[in-house]
Design a protein around this ligand. Structure first.
Ligand SMILES: [Zn+2]
Length: 445
């Protein structure tokens, strides 16, 4: 008995994050994420979505393999997504039904709202009760388990560091995070509580290692705002189209884009279902209010109408925000380039990519194709107007020094990066880093 960990997903490859923490005879599942690359490949040409089930997704390697905890399945008491990104929350609609209906799904308000909108979009339901927990609060799951959320910054609102309080010590789950002291939306990380937890003692820290190889500190989101400002306000785009494409769930980035669009006196339009989904989730819980400054257009007929209007009134009067930053062939930007909608690019039009290309071959190839078509028409391209949402090695160092855990397990990348965390921790005098692959178990006595 005591604490036992099973590394379900996000240890052998980057995505599909999920960890099981067993405390005597109860199990908490931290994150239940999709592997986006495999998920998109499996679903992109799917006409009949009823074939999208846990078992078909598992065969496609798109969801974590809960076969690793077959003997623990009936013991699950809580499912806890740390934030609303799909590689952390996206498998819940398919995988949660594998576990007892009595298990609660515990998340911050934005994370739960995103989860609800995914379920609504997919016409799915799960039998579990949703529990909304704000950062800075705790929820008693059972006699032995209390879960606490500590606020941290990332590229989606209301990301939490999850702390599981148990009779055998505290397990801290700090997956996606950056240490942003000047965030554009929301507060900076709750350093006071993190330091306090460090002093109280942490038995195990499960921490992100995605950028363990990058010797730097991840720049603040306010740097991204300056980059955008520098680009959008200095480009001489009078009378020309200006299009910005970024991550739909990155509400802080969208906030900056709106502020700058207002400065340019351009009417701002957000195009597509995905932007609509994440913005409305934020509005529903009172996190942002974009729709009084932005026209949101989700459906095909709305898009047809707005493109006609833009052509008629003049492209220079609008700021278009849309999906397509990874070159996705079905995105609005791709459809605009292909002429599937009433919009034609002209020489001198501006396209700003407020993102980085996620380095998988299909994205790299799609983006290259997209940029080639744009360049052929004389469109001006501004790449990488972006900073990451993931802490790098110097952020990892800060967290390790704040927490000084007894044990460390790296997550969210292949073991080579986990080993880099082990090296760093050792330099700091922390010896017990356990670099795991998917499906392994570790007992902590
Ligand atoms: Zn994330």
């Amino acid at each position: 008995m005591g604490i036992e960990i099973c590394s379900i997903g996000g240890f052998t490859k980057t995505e599909g994050n999920s960890v099981a923490v067993k405390v005597d005879d109860e199990v908490v599942l931290l994150d239940m994420g999709l592997s986006m690359f495999d998920y998109v490949r499996f679903t992109e040409d799917m006409e009949d979505t009823s074939t999208k089930t846990y078992s078909t997704l598992l065969k496609a390697n798109a969801v974590p393999d809960y076969g690793h905890i077959d003997d623990w399945k009936t013991k699950v008491v809580a499912i806890v997504p740390s934030h609303g990104h799909l590689d952390h929350v996206g498998a819940i609609p398919y995988a949660a039904p594998l576990f007892p209906p009595s298990a609660v799904v515990l998340g911050t308000p934005y994370t739960i709202e995103v989860l609800k909108s995914i379920l609504w979009d997919e016409h799915l339901e799960i039998p579990h009760k949703f529990v909304v927990l704000n950062a800075g609060s705790s929820y008693k799951v059972s006699k032995k388990i209390t879960i606490e959320f500590v606020h941290v910054t990332h590229s989606i609102p209301q990301t939490a560091v999850v702390v599981i309080h148990t009779p055998y010590g505290k397990v801290m789950y700090a997956n996606d995070f950056k240490l942003d002291n000047t965030p554009v939306l929301g507060k900076k990380p709750d350093y006071a509580r993190l330091q306090e937890l460090g002093k109280e003692g942490i038995k195990l820290l499960i921490m992100n290692c995605l950028y363990a190889h990058e010797h730097k500190k991840c720049p603040s989101e306010s740097v991204a705002r300056e980059l955008l400002k520098d680009t959008m306000l200095s480009v001489s785009g009078e009378g020309k189209a200006m299009i910005v494409t970024t991550f739909s769930s990155h509400l802080a980035r969208l906030k900056s884009i709106i502020e700058l669009g207002n400065k340019l006196n351009r009417k701002i339009v957000f195009l597509g279902r995905s932007l609509d989904k994440y913005v409305r989730a934020g509005e529903k819980i009172g996190l942002v209010k974009f729709t009084d400054q932005v026209e949101m257009l989700r459906h095909r007929d709305q898009l047809d109408k707005i493109f006609k209007k833009i052509e008629k009134e003049g492209k220079g009067k609008y700021l278009i925000v849309c999906t397509g930053h990874q070159g996705e062939p079905r995105s609005i930007l791709s459809r605009m380039i292909k002429g599937d909608v009433d919009f034609s690019f002209e020489q001198g039009d501006v396209v700003i990519f407020s993102c980085q290309v996620i380095p998988v071959p299909v994205n790299i190839e799609n983006r290259q194709k997209m940029e080639k078509s744009l360049r052929a028409g004389g469109v001006r391209i501004f790449r990488d107007v972006h900073v990451s949402g993931h802490g790098a090695r110097e952020d990892h160092r800060e967290l390790l020094e704040m927490i000084r855990p007894e044990h460390i397990i790296p997550i969210h990348a292949e073991p080579a990066k986990g080993k880099m965390i082990a090296e760093l921790a050792l330099q700091l005098g922390m010896k017990n880093t356990h670099v795991m692959e998917d499906g392994e178990r570790l007992s902590l006595k």
